[in-house]
Write a protein that binds this ligand. Structure first.
Ligand code: NIG
Ligand code: FE
Length: 425
């Protein structure tokens, strides 16, 4: 008999996404669904997942424990968002209108707009104000069922502001229930003051900013925007190698606007993920399929930028690549914090099956952050990161877009969204 301090019973369905993880090909279709389910945890760790009718023989509720009668709700693992640019200041709606009138993302960048606009704003904002902004963004995410995110710097592009962004993430980890995994993206753009001297910026990045990030313990990953006109594959290698020497793991913005062999480079360098992949080559698809590098697709970006080209999701899945999805939450190319929306777009726009999209937003997304031993699926020993939805079955998560079906969210066993309302401490 196991003792539990949190029991949720009477679930219509429980989507467990149970392992083995990562899931490739057909395995992505297997959601490990339990009909008429219950789930229980102790100290934030799951101790029981199974049929409701066997709960009473397996689990006893500890004194003072909470029992929630879920009355026909459907449960999922908390969404994991493995690619966000959370700590940015200001928004870019004017540039959004310029793009709708015909300007391209690259044209705006060449005029010193785009990422540079956000860099100017992020350099100016105070640490406290940035923390407040991010806190409320995290709360929006939680209300939409996201319990863990990756978050990148990259709107500072100098020592002071890159550190400021990462320190804000550090502070948020202490005060907000959404779990944050920090990535250093000093190579997101070339700052305006180094426009004619990129080697000098790379030098600053590698010899000053990066060591400071490491010394202060502010990042787990390093990321590079490997793109025509930004960082070439050769420059990406130099920056990635410097990160590796300091013990940071690699992720790459790869093949977003042009085909530079970013996917192949990510695999060669042992990157944990290669993200975007709108212009990945067939060789890149095959290389990813043979590797353990996760292909992180960002379905909102081609839609938001009206690119007219989509990442080859079907080819990646069918070839056997590990595929995850993410929001890419940022003010320029994907102003959404909703993994729910992204999961729907994966189906409507990229050709995922419903089950594949759910796997890509949970189990495989956890793998893309090297956290699959603890989150992304509901199994004994893992964290009680649980989302409860008011829908008749799991298919309605995609089939019925528009309303937010999420009524309760638990993070590490803490009841953080209750009846659709946030509840901190
Ligand atoms: O992932 N591609 C580079 N970075 C972001 C966009 C950032 C921005 O426009 O502010 C992306 O799409
Ligand atoms: Fe991005």
């Amino acid at each position: 008999m196991k003792s539990a301090d949190l029991v949720i019973r009477g679930l219509k369905q429980l989507v467990t996404c149970r392992g083995p993880i990562p899931k490739r090909k057909q395995a992505m279709l297997d959601l490990g669904i339990i009909e008429g389910a219950a789930i229980a945890s102790a100290g934030g760790k799951i101790v029981y997942v199974g049929p409701d009718k066997e709960l009473d023989v397996e689990v006893k509720v500890a004194p003072g424990g909470v029992v929630l009668e879920a009355c026909g709700l459907v449960g999922f693992p908390g969404f994991v968002d493995p690619h966000t640019h959370l700590p940015f200041a200001g928004t870019r709606e004017e540039e959004f209108l310029l793009r709708l009138r015909g300007a391209t993302y690259q044209e705006l960048a060449a005029r010193g707009l785009g990422i540079q606009t956000t860099v100017r704003a992020t350099r100016e904002i105070t640490t406290d104000e940035l923390t407040r902004e991010c806190f409320s963004r995290l709360t929006s995410m939680l209300l939409l069922g996201t319990t863990t995110i990756e978050a990148k710097s990259g709107y500072g592009l100098n020592l002071e502001t890159e550190i400021k962004q990462l320190q804000v993430l550090q502070e948020l980890r202490k005060i907000h229930p959404v779990e944050i995994i920090p990535t250093f993206l000093g190579a997101h753009e070339v700052p305006a003051e180094y426009k004619n001297n990129k080697p000098a910026y790379i030098n600053l990045l590698v010899n000053e900013i990066l060591p400071e990030v490491k010394e202060k313990g502010l990042a787990e990953f390093i990321d590079v925007f490997c793109e025509a006109g930004v960082y070439s594959p050769e420059e990406t290698r130099i920056i990635a190698a410097a990160g590796r020497r300091l013990g940071l793991k690699l992720r790459l913005h790869a093949d977003e606007f042009s085909s530079l062999g970013g996917a192949e480079l990510a695999v060669e360098l042992g990157a944990v993920s290669a993200d975007h992949l709108i212009h990945v080559s067939q060789k890149g698809v095959e290389t990813l399929a043979r590797s353990n590098t996760t292909a992180v697709l960002l379905p909102m970006v081609p839609l938001f930028l009206r690119l007219g080209q989509l990442p080859p999701a079907r080819r990646l899945i069918d070839a056997g690549a590990i595929v995850a999805i993410a929001t890419d939450f940022n003010p320029g190319s994907s102003m959404t914090e909703s993994m729910l929306l992204v999961t729907q777009l994966a189906v409507f726009l990229l050709g995922f099956q419903v089950e594949e999209a759910i796997t890509a937003a949970t189990a495989n997304a956890a793998y893309a952050l090297e956290r699959h031993d603890r989150i992304g699926s509901l199994e004994p020993g893992k964290d009680m990161d649980l989302v409860l939805c008011s829908i008749p079955n799991y298919i309605h998560l995609i089939y019925h877009p528009g309303p937010n079906p999420i009524v309760h969210v638990f993070k590490k066993g803490k009841w953080v969204v209750r009846e659709g309302k946030i509840r901190l401490n």
